[in-house]
Ligand binder design. Structure first.
Ligand code: NAP
Length: 337
């Protein structure tokens, strides 16, 4: 007998939401898309037609639909917490894009509701945990191959961003990935953060500090440096290296290939996050589907989402005040062990 496919509803069908629809419909196994919602109703209807789903008039109707078993939230961040709370109330597993919510208070409300429901239902879209390069680094750390972690260096360069992008968004939208990466790789919390804005690129909007350097410290004193440069122009370039007490582990080359012609050797790099992390997004969605089939939610959980937002908000305060900001270390509820 054929196994029943998980019926997935997707809320928000912009950049990443449309990609997730395509991934569920065409690139992974065990699921199909049955319902979509976007305030851009024509976009949702067109996409629904392509994958045999129904475009619904509201997000709430997707969540409560008897034809939807699980939900992906890919709307703008401000809607994540209210929609996630609705999914928890409906008792349905949800993959919520990062951030879990832009404010600590909203993340706390999700955690409280999830615990009250008695079941882990929420996964947060920190997909670097599914990237082969980062997993390789994590293995080198946990096996002791490089000794104790002492320093973590991250670089996060985007080719460009819209004019609406702010210095705070560099922390809440971009650096938040590095924050989760640092917590996950090091297995400890970030306790302190400062942000330094230096010489400005001529290519950024005047209101945006770009590039910026974020310096964080972990509980055991590991120094984490993050360069965030969102108008780097030349391509999408994410790098990461851990310096340990007896060795170094890094992501290595991110080149997509190279060729030699007319005495020149040319390497091709990813143009954007979509290309660089395509395999990681696929692995994340497949793992989410498999986890639901096995009755577990895997990957980053609501507590990870809360901790990341805490640090990102501290980084925002560090940008606005120019000071070093302490981050409280939260006790992880047993529910999330
Ligand atoms: P986007 O292209 O602006 O897409 C968001 C979509 O949601 C748009 O179609 C938007 O419609 C729609 N929308 C607006 N209000 C809505 C509502 N109340 N309910 C449902 N849909 C609504 O943004 P995006 O780049 O896809 O980002 C979406 C989320 O994914 C963000 O939280 C972002 O941080 C996250 N993201 C994560 C990654 C990652 O690496 N994990 C990468 C990219 C994005 P309008 O255009 O008409 O407003």
């Amino acid at each position: 007998m054929a196994t029943e496919l998980l019926r997935v509803g997707v809320i928000g069908t912009g950049n990443i939401g449309a990609d997730h629809v395509d991934r569920v419909a065409n690139q992974v196994s065990g699921a199909r898309v049955t319902a979509l919602f976007d305030v851009a109703t024509e976009r949702a209807a067109e996409l629904a037609g392509q994958v045999g789903a129904v475009a619904m008039p509201t997000a709430s109707e997707v969540i409560s639909s008897p034809d939807v078993d699980a939900i992906i939230i890919a709307s703008p961040g401000e809607f994540h917490a209210p929609l996630t709370l609705e999914c928890i109330a409906a008792g349905k597993p949800v993959l919520c894009e990062k951030p879990l919510a832009p404010t600590v208070e909203e993340c706390e409300s999700v955690i409280a509701a999830e615990q009250a429901s008695g079941r882990r239902l929420v996964q947060v879209g920190f997909m670097r945990r599914n990237d082969a390069g980062y997993r390789h680094m994590k293995n080198n750390l946990s096996s002791g191959a490089i000794g104790e972690a002492l320093l973590l260096h991250c670089e996060h360069r985007n080719p460009d961003v819209p004019d609406s992008f702010t210095s705070q968004m560099s922390m809440t939208d971009s650096v938040i990935h590095e924050i989760d990466t640092a917590r996950w790789l090091l297995g400890e919390e970030i306790v302190r953060v400062r942000v330094i804005s230096g010489k400005q690129t001529p290519n950024a909007a005047p209101h945006l500090h770009d590039p910026q350097l974020v310096i964080m410290e972990s509980q055991s004193g590991v120094l984490v440096s993050v360069e965030v440069f969102v108008n780097a122009k030349y391509g999408y370039d994410v790098r990461c290296e851990v310096v340990g007490s007896s060795g170094v582990t890094s992501l290595g080359s991110q080149d997509l290939g190279n060729f030699v012609s007319d005495t020149r050797r040319t390497a091709t790099m990813p143009a954007n996050w979509r290309i660089r992390f395509g395999d990681a997004y696929r692995a994340e969605i497949q793992d989410w589907i498999n986890g639901i089939a096995a009755g577990q939610v895997r990957g980053a959980n609501s507590f990870d989402g809360l901790c990341a937002t805490h640090v990102a908000q501290a980084a925002v305060r560090a940008v606005t005040t120019g000071t070093t900001v302490e981050v409280p270390v939260l006790e992880q509820p047993a529910f999330y062990h």
